[in-house]
Design a protein. Structure first.
Length: 191
């Protein structure tokens, strides 16, 4: 199991997403399936300025995956970035809040100065798997002066098809990271 998404058949090794293509991350996990009441909590966090939810989500990630984080031997925590225009409109990056709180709880440095969204993308929730991959092509860049550690942990709010995390992980691997892992608040059950 790579992403932690529920399998349709227990005899399968990978879900539909992970079995289709090369993965740029080693493994990842999510707190909850993306079904009620989780989507409404994430919506309030992102769009109704409930920033304190980030502390709650980070606490749950630490409680549920603290041992896993230690096993992965994470050196740096990296939030999935927002494009500057979206961040300016929203006022914050939800993934950065979760990553910062998780860093505080684990003592692992949070690096929001490493991965950047350099191209504005349309909201991915409106796109299918192929559309998401196409939309994210060329969307991320990595800081040139960054000394890539061996193991990093990406943080995002929702894993749907994995396109965002795969694209970000690919960029980090190209920059020299050996192993990319991820944690998200919720995971979809397929698109």
């Amino acid at each position: 199991m790579r992403c932690g998404k529920p399998l349709q058949d227990e005899s399968e090794e990978y879900c539909r997403d992970c079995g289709k293509e090369k993965s740029w991350f080693v493994q990842g996990r999510s707190l909850w399936l993306h079904r009620d009441p989780v989507p409404s909590a994430i919506y309030r966090f992102k769009y109704q300025n409930r920033r304190h939810f980030g502390k709650i989500f980070a606490g749950e990630l630490k409680e549920n995956y603290g041992c896993q984080i230690r096993k992965w031997k994470i050196h740096e925590i990296i939030p999935i970035p927002l494009h500057t225009s979206r961040r300016r409109k929203r006022g914050f990056n939800q993934s950065e809040i979760i990553a910062g709180e998780l860093a505080r709880l684990t003592g692992i440095p949070c690096r929001s100065d490493v991965l950047f969204r350099i191209r504005k993308t349309v909201p991915l929730k409106e796109l299918d798997r192929r559309g998401r991959a196409r939309e994210l092509s060329g969307a991320f860049a990595v800081a040139k002066n960054w000394n890539a550690p061996e193991n990093v942990l990406l943080i995002d709010d929702i894993y749907t098809t994995g396109a965002t995390l795969q694209t970000a992980a690919r960029m980090l691997r190209a920059a020299g990271v050996q192993n990319v892992y991820f944690l998200t608040v919720s995971i979809g059950q397929g698109i």
